[in-house]
Design a protein around this ligand. Structure first.
Ligand code: GLN
Length: 551
């Protein structure tokens, strides 16, 4: 029978509950325990796919095509797991299935209520992920903070689970914040006490309290929390703010959290966790390395969480090359009227990540032009590939007409467009290519070398595609279509010949990068960035003309 660890949050949100959950997963994996993770999000959207990145940060896409919370990215990277749609459940999703069942008459005329119908639906999702994965431990994170109206049905479901499967099979972990009062120079435990009181009032007593804080948590503070919150002293765990999130599993381990979980849940585990590779990686992260400045030119850069996986994938690749990636965030809108040199002169590589809608597009197109003309390594992710295509087509045709029909429905040169069969689909999300699709890389290309000429599965999230009618004209002028769907119908990777590294992919490779196994395309991109001699805006290689490309 699977065991469950429920992780709730207290005091405020965004204190790093997701990282704590990912770290617990990593620890348990180190102990040889099979683990899976589920995130319960109390908002009423059915999934975060339709939410603005400013509201929600990145939408993480699983291999089976679910649009999910960005915490799933942390889980995958820390635990090195491929999750599925069962790992993210929202209140909107729960209520829609309850209402669909009600409409179908499944409840045989009964009155439908939060308890038991909604809570039963939540519990069935918790059981479903255990059945699907066969994991011995499921770590369930409840989004938001205790005390939110929306999270009540989830907390009630957790309370019921504990009762149903037995107290020995369940562990409750509460992650709180200890605020620091600078006037008196002390950490405060009162908000934690209140939040535990709130938890207790709905029938949940934490077994472990993880205290996030920006300052060291003294033994006296731990004593106090233990006493007032009725949690064993060794189950009060400090989680101070650290330089790298990848250090958190080690910090939790040093304080005995893994051992505590193993013994409290009676898990079959090794005596000591295998964290050797992980510790070695953290050591490598901490040594100062050669800095490589990379620009991310996008639409939502004010909120770097909107590109969480891109940023992590760059760091992973940097680590592999023994360098520190210094990201400079550039708002593509700021580049629409030129002046790119001011923003991009000092960077050694440019990433144009994914995005939707017309805002800032012309700035991205100018960025692709700048990268091409100045021979700056360029990695285009999804929209970043489409932009690279539009830019090159404008250059080759010597016209501003080429565009994506997403931005100009009437364009005379729709180099990026909706596939004919997609045009009539009205439902947002219904027309998206979502999840993992195969891609075959061509030999003797950047992509082929990166992927070792293998067929790879990469994750997609987009509506528009490259228009194959333009293959010949762009191919003749210097483009190589180096990654195709195995049937040869869909262009998945484009690259530019005669440039140190200019590559765009229609998928999101960032979702598959791991801290000690960087994604091949990011690895090659950083490799090229490291090699570029570019300094102060001038690259020793002059830009090539169309005629030279053709030759
Ligand atoms: N907006 C583009 C499309 O729908 C790109 C999407 C993305 O970058 N994820 O095709």
């Amino acid at each position: 029978m699977p065991k469950y660890i429920f992780v709730t949050g207290g005091v405020v949100s965004s204190v790093g509950k997701g990282i704590t959950v990912a770290s617990i997963g990593r620890l348990l994996k180190g102990y040889g325990v099979s683990v899976s993770v589920q995130k319960l999000d109390p908002y009423l959207n059915v999934d975060p796919g339709t939410m603005s990145p400013y509201q929600h940060g990145e939408v993480f896409v699983t291999k089976d095509g679910a649009e999910t919370d960005l915490d799933l990215g942390h889980y995958e990277r820390f635990i090195d797991l491929d999750l599925t749609r069962s790992s993210n459940v929202t209140a909107g999703d729960i209520y829609s299935s309850v209402i669909a069942k009600e409409r179908r008459g499944d409840y045989l005329g009964r009155t439908i209520q939060t308890v038991p119908h909604v809570t039963n639906e939540i519990k069935s999702r918790m059981r479903q992920i255990a059945d699907e994965t066969g994991a011995s431990v499921i770590v369930v994170e409840v989004g938001g903070t205790v005390g939110d109206i929306e999270s009540l049905p989830f907390l009630e479901a957790i309370r019921q689970m504990r009762n149903e499967i037995g107290r020995d099979n369940v562990l409750n972990i509460h992650v709180t914040l200890l605020p620091y009062i600078s006037a008196t120079g002390e950490l405060k435990t009162k908000p934690t006490q209140h939040s535990v009181k709130e938890l207790r009032s709905i029938g949940l007593q934490p077994d472990v309290i993880v205290c996030r804080s920006d300052y060291p948590v003294t033994p006296e503070i731990k004593d106090k929390i233990s006493l007032f919150c009725d949690v064993e002293r060794h189950a009060v765990i400090a989680a101070p703010t650290v330089d790298t999130i990848y250090e958190v599993p080690l910090i939790l381990h040093e304080q005995g959290l893994g051992q505590l979980i193993v013994s409290r849940l009676g898990l079959e585990a090794s005596a000591e966790p295998d964290l050797d590779d992980w510790s070695a990686m953290v050591e490598r992260i901490k040594v100062p390395k050669e800095p490589i400045p990379i620009a991310i030119v996008g639409k939502y850069v004010e909120l770097p969480d909107a590109y969480c996986s891109v940023r992590e994938a760059l760091y992973h690749a940097g680590l592999d090359h023994g360098c520190d990636i210094e990201v400079s965030w550039v708002r593509s809108e700021d580049l629409e009227n030129g002046g790119l040199d001011a923003y991009l002169r000092t960077v050694k590589g440019i990433v144009v990540p994914g995005g939707f809608g017309p805002r800032g597009i012309e700035g991205m197109i100018k960025t692709a032009r700048y990268a091409r003309e100045n021979q700056v390594p360029y990695l285009g992710l999804c929209l970043g590939m489409q932009v690279m295509v539009i830019e090159f087509a404008r250059h080759v045709m010597n016209s501003d007409e080429p565009n994506s029909t997403e931005f100009d429905l009437e364009t005379g040169e729709p180099v990026i467009y909706l596939l004919p069969g997609q045009k009539d689909i009205e439902n947002m999300g219904g027309s998206m290519r979502l999840g993992a699709y195969p891609c075959k890389a061509a030999p003797d290309t950047l992509a082929g070398r990166a992927y070792d000429d293998q067929v790879v599965y990469e994750r997609h999230r987009h509506r528009y595609e490259f228009n194959n009618a333009y293959m010949k004209v762009l191919g003749d002028a210097g483009f190589t279509f180096s990654g195709m769907s195995p049937g040869g119908d869909l262009v998945e990777i484009t690259e530019l010949r005669g440039h140190p590294f200019m590559l765009g992919c229609q998928f999101h490779p960032e979702f598959k990068s791991r801290p000690y196994r960087p994604h091949p395309l990011f690895r090659e991109f950083i490799g090229a960035a490291k090699k570029t001699l570019r300094e102060g805006g001038q690259h020793p290689l002059p830009a090539m003309s169309v005629e030279e490309y053709k030759a």
